[in-house]
Write a protein that binds this ligand. Structure first.
Ligand code: CA
Ligand code: CA
Length: 247
C-alpha cells in the first residue's frame, strides 16, 4: 500500500516504517482512503512514543444474579445479551454519546437494535473529518462467562476512547464509557479498568426490557439509566467492564 510509496518519496528510517506497519490493525481497515492517508502522515510525522497499541477486553456483568429485577428469561433468539461493542479513539472534538445530549441516529439504532450501522459510519465520518482516530468492534456477548477482546491504536492526537454496547433486550438501554483517557501525565497507561454504567439513549420511551417500541420525537437527552432494573439495594452496580492493556 502506501508504505512503499512513502519509502520512495520520504527518507524514513526502516524501523519507523516497521513500527507503522505493526501499528496498523484490522480495526482501522474500514476507514476511508482519505482517513488512512491522513493517519499515515500523522504517524510518520510523529515520534514512536506518540502512538500506542492497546487491547481491550469487554466483560458483561449484567446477569440474572446481579440484576434480578425483571431480568429477561433465557431464549435462543431474544435471550439476554450484550450486542458487540463498538468504539472509537478520539480527542476532545468527538463523542459517541454525551449525557444531556440527544442520541445521534447511530447511537439510537445501536441502543434499540444492537446494530453497529450507522454508528460505524458516523465514526468513519469523524475519522475523515479529523476528529477521531480509529474504529473498533467486537462480537456480542451472549454467554456472560465469556469475554470479547479487540485491539486498536491510540495517538497523542486521539488518546481517548469511548465505546458502547446494547443491553438486549431493552427499549434503548446501553452499556457505555465515554472519554477514557489512556494518556496520563504524558505517558501511556500500562493498563486501565473502566466500569460500564447503564444508560438510556433517549431514543425510545419504553420502560421495561421487553416493552413494545415507543419511538419518540424529538429525541430525549441521553441519561444514566434510572429504571429500577439497574438499581440494586439503592446503588447502581456496573453492568460491564472494559480492561485496557498496553501491548
Ligand atoms: Ca428511553
Ligand atoms: Ca427510537
Amino acid at each position: 500500500m502506501a508504505a512503499s510509496r512513502l519509502i520512495r518519496s520520504l527518507v524514513i528510517p526502516a524501523t519507523l516504517i516497521l513500527a507503522f506497519a505493526l501499528g496498523c490493525n484490522k480495526s482501522e481497515a474500514p476507514a476511508a482512503d482519505t482517513a488512512s492517508t491522513t493517519m499515515a502522515m500523522d504517524t510518520t510525522q510523529s515520534a514512536m512514543a506518540e502512538t500506542a497499541q492497546y487491547s481491550v477486553t469487554f466483560t458483561r456483568l449484567w446477569t440474572d444474579k446481579t440484576f434480578p429485577f425483571e431480568y429477561p428469561e433465557a431464549s435462543l433468539l431474544s435471550g439476554p445479551h450484550f450486542s458487540g461493542l463498538i468504539g472509537a479513539t478520539h480527542g476532545d472534538g468527538y463523542a459517541i454519546f454525551k449525557e444531556g445530549t440527544p442520541p445521534t441516529p447511530g447511537l439510537e439504532k445501536l441502543s434499540e437494535e444492537g446494530k453497529h450501522s450507522p454508528l460505524d459510519q458516523e465514526i468513519k465520518d469523524a475519522i475523515t473529518a479529523g476528529k477521531a482516530g480509529a474504529l473498533f468492534e467486537t462480537g456480542p456477548i451472549r454467554d456472560a462467562a465469556k469475554t470479547e477482546t479487540v485491539t486498536f491504536t491510540v495517538s497523542s492526537k486521539f488518546p481517548m476512547v469511548s465505546a458502547v454496547a446494547m443491553i438486549a433486550p431493552s427499549p434503548d438501554w446501553f452499556a457505555g464509557a465515554a472519554n477514557v483517557n489512556l494518556m496520563e501525565g504524558g505517558q501511556w497507561v500500562s493498563s486501565k479498568s473502566i466500569d460500564l454504567s447503564a444508560y438510556d439513549s433517549g431514543g425510545d420511551d419504553g420502560t421495561t426490557y421487553k416493552a413494545a417500541d415507543k419511538d419518540n420525537n424529538p429525541k430525549k437527552p441521553t441519561t444514566m439509566a434510572s429504571a429500577p432494573h439497574f438499581v440494586v439495594n439503592g446503588s447502581r452496580p456496573p453492568v460491564g467492564r472494559l480492561v485496557f492493556t498496553k501491548m
